[in-house]
Ligand binder design. Structure first.
Ligand code: GLC
Length: 749
């Protein structure tokens, strides 16, 4: 069979997909239908005979975790040439932030506030994965990450629905391209639908209790954005959502996804999440689990076999309708037709760019560079000037660790591509500065102090000190949550020793981590602090360029950094409460008197106040930006009309640099209480020293809509505040009013 011959039916092109699906469904036996709803794990080696037989008998619709192109082609060949109906396979893999070339973890990518660049990098990831025979990635992960104890916050785009929506849509576009049937485009998968990020206490797989109005206002928008961007598939979450685990949840899978959003792709379960419905206690056994999941609308079963084992009996006794099964099969077949697999199931790796080529690495370097957030920079610690240094101490377990700098979900990485900070710093300074290196500890979670003395010694004798600390990659990701998000091991103690030894020499700490960390105990001990997340293959060149001022840091926090773990959950888009705190209403635990008093009865912690260490959207530069003249196109905007909010920004420093200009709005009164601020726009701009620019955000009143207590998306008339600035705590504010649309208010257009 050559690749240009048709397989299951005539090839009058993709424009009659439903006709071709109908033809196929008509021919399929029930067992072949169930086969399309079954995803099995790859063999990671030669194809076992039982698997080949299952493929021949049409018992498999998809294989995941097969990354050898020859094996993938052989799986396709058996399915297409040796089965009765010759239906090709979806070959799925977690291509989360790169394949061979590794980009920053998604949380780090979000810190770039550059969706266009993230789209470009997703495109590269798709090409590298497609060359291995993969045609489906289980990404983007769109859970909202507001609890950094949760290990999977590393995979999120942070705490904000608007920012996560922008990145989710960008990643879908990058993976899928304009035409999903083009070789090199792979199907995206919006996961984990939905609300998984609200796992109680940040403990992975834990219960989530989310009022529907919060589900719709906070957790669902990124999934809708991914769907609007054309995401071909969704993945059901493991989590129990308000007592009904997602994999059996009709509100999610039928009411929202199908009836309200009109999704026509397919939903895959998470790994064994259908059989886990009995573990949750939603069902009593696999038979009931298959019934619950099929009737909810989970189309394909990953890894477990409740559909294969029980769907026929469920249809026979009327628990699941034949129509429902046909709909599920049609959803899967539609994706396969859209992918062009019936006409071109095979992969020719020669058609694709080489893995880890210089263009791919250049993109990884740029995204890593833009993802680094400069949190603190005092005493002119940064940028470093090689001409002013004779020696530089490079200390810490993440200075020179080409694997741990990659982050979680890197099973397919090519570690040989990694360039570490130590390597790149040495390359950048050459012989002009003596580099003294000490690992100081075996791992970020080490608790012995064996390497401390050597590190302290080189700190004492060097002109400046770089500390590469944080979390190794295994401390975040799936099932790797932490109850205390301070620095692991005894890094705090170590930093104190270095601070004592360094006297007046600058100490710059560069943190790599898979989550926001609670840094109150250490931030005072260093002069400068960079947060690099896990920056990926090109961590070294990106960080060296930033540390030595080849480029100014421009990243902004996509998630709040608390002072201490006990403040969690703490995020910028909080509600005002009835007793909001402010600086002069709070009393510190050390100052509070002994007798009961009613003063200070506001919303805060005696031992942590009410503010984070660093807020959402925060990020410094080597220059400074001034915001002025925040203004709205009209003081009153008629409902349904468009309007504009602008500000003038000036680079008031002496270095050209990039700034992420952010727009926040507050709806002062609502049918349900509204957040004190909500991100409604952002733009990355580059300004030369002294240069000014006006940034204008075009909006419509629909952009201010929210889900009210009747579960309707509404924009209500009333007063709004608007801010444009360089972080979520900016004070540069204006205000406007939305008025009902009557002819006496011609404003707005
Ligand atoms: C995992 C994850 C999911 C992933 C899937 C396949 O358990 O929850 O994100 O895509 O299994 O690896």
């Amino acid at each position: 069979m050559t690749t240009n011959e048709t397989t299951a039916s005539t090839s009058e092109g993709l424009n009659d997909i439903d006709g071709r699906i109908g033809e196929l469904l008509h021919k399929m036996t029930f067992a072949e239908k169930v086969g399309q709803l079954t995803q099995i794990n790859g063999s990671h080696g030669p194809i076992p005979e039982w698997m080949a037989d299952d493929l021949r008998n049409g018992k498999v619709g998809s294989v995941l975790n097969e990354v050898n192109v020859d094996t993938a082609n052989e799986l396709q060949r058996i399915s297409v040439e040796e089965s009765r109906l010759r239906i090709p396979l979806m070959i799925g893999r977690d291509v989360i932030h790169g394949f061979k070339t590794v980009f920053p973890i998604p949380l780090g990518q979000a810190a770039s506030w550059n969706p266009e660049l993230v789209e470009k990098c997703a495109r590269i990831a798709a090409l590298e994965a497609a060359a291995a025979g993969i045609n489906w990635t289980f990404a983007p992960m769109l859970d909202i990450g507001r609890d950094p104890r949760w290990g999977r916050v590393a995979e999120t785009f942070g705490e904000d629905p608007f920012l996560s929506s922008a990145f989710g849509a960008a990643m879908v576009r990058g993976f899928q391209g304009d035409d999903l049937s083009e070789p090199g485009n792979i199907a995206a998968c919006a996961k984990h639908f939905a609300g998984y990020g609200a796992s109680e206490s940040g403990r992975d797989y834990n219960t989530t209790s989310i009022p529907e109005v919060v589900l719709r206002n906070v957790h669902l928008p990124p999934f809708k954005a991914a769907l609007d961007a054309g995401a071909a598939t969704f993945m059901a979450s493991f989590s129990d959502l308000n007592g009904v685990p997602a994999s059996g949840n009709e509100l999610l899978m039928k009411q929202i996804l199908r009836k309200e959003w009109r999704f026509d792709g397919f939903v895959v379960s998470d790994w064994e999440s259908i059989s886990q419905l009995a573990v949750h206690g939603l069902t009593a056994n696999d038979f009931d689990s298959a019934s619950a999941a099929a009737n909810a609308g989970v189309d394909m079963e990953m890894a477990s076999s409740t559909y294969r084992d029980h769907l026929e009996a469920l249809v026979a006794v009327g628990r699941v309708s034949q129509q429902q099964v046909d709909t599920m099969v049609a959803n899967v077949l539609r994706a396969k037709f859209q992918l062009g697999l019936f006409d071109n199931p095979y992969t020719d790796p020669r058609r694709f760019p080489s893995w880890g080529n210089e263009d791919h690495l250049a993109a990884a370097r740029q995204l890593a560079l833009e993802s680094v957030v400069l949190l603190k920079n005092e005493n002119d610690a940064l940028p470093l000037n090689p001409e002013e240094l004779n020696s530089l101490a490079v200390i810490g377990p993440l200075s020179d660790d080409g694997y741990n700098q990659l982050g979680t979900w890197v099973f397919d990485c090519d570690q040989e591509l990694s360039k570490t900070p130590l390597e790149s710093i040495r390359e950048l300074v050459g012989d002009s500065v003596e580099i003294r290196y000490a690992r100081a500890m075996e791992r970020s979670r080490s608790r012995d102090g064996e390497g401390f003395e050597e590190a302290i010694a080189i700190a004492k004798e060097s002109d400046a000190i770089l500390l590469f600390l944080g979390e190794e990659s295994i401390l975040s990701g799936e099932a790797h949550s932490r109850a205390d998000i301070g620095l692991p091991g005894n890094q705090d103690e170590f930093i104190g020793k270095i601070a004592n030894a360094a006297e007046d020499k600058p100490i710059v700490m560069i943190l790599m981590a898979g989550r926001p960390l609670a840094l109150e105990s250490v931030v005072k001990k260093v002069d400068a602090l960079m947060f690099a997340w896990h920056p990926g293959s090109m961590a070294g060149p990106a960080l060296a360029d930033l540390l030595f001022g080849k480029e100014s840091p421009s990243g902004k926090l996509p998630a709040t950094l608390p002072k201490v773990t006990g403040q969690i959950p703490i995020y910028y888009a909080m509600k005002n409460t009835g007793k909001p705190a402010c600086p002069d209403t709070i009393i510190h635990i050390d100052e509070i008197g002994g007798e009961q008093a009613s003063s200070g009865n506001v919303s805060y912690h005696l031992d942590a106040g009410y503010e984070p260490l660093y807020c959402f959207g925060h990020g410094l530069s080597y220059t400074s930006f001034e915001y002025a003249n925040v203004r709205v196109s009209a003081p009153e905007i008629s409902m349904g009309h468009s309007f504009a909010i602008s500000a003038d920004i000036t680079n008031t420093g002496d270095l050209e640099a990039e700034e992420v200009v952010q727009l926040y709005l507050r709806d002062l009164v609502g049918n349900v209480t509204r957040p004190v601020r909500e991100l409604k726009g952002f733009r990355r701009i580059r300004l030369r020293a002294g240069e000014s620019a006006t940034v204008t955000f075009e909006l419509r009143t629909d952009d201010l809509a929210f889900c009210n207590r009747e579960m309707e998306m509404v924009t209500e008339p009333g007063q709004f505040h608007a801010w444009i600035g360089g972080s979520s705590d900016t004070n540069s504010r204006t205000e406007f009013e939305i008025v009902e649309n009557d002819n006496n208010h011609p404003h707005g257009e």
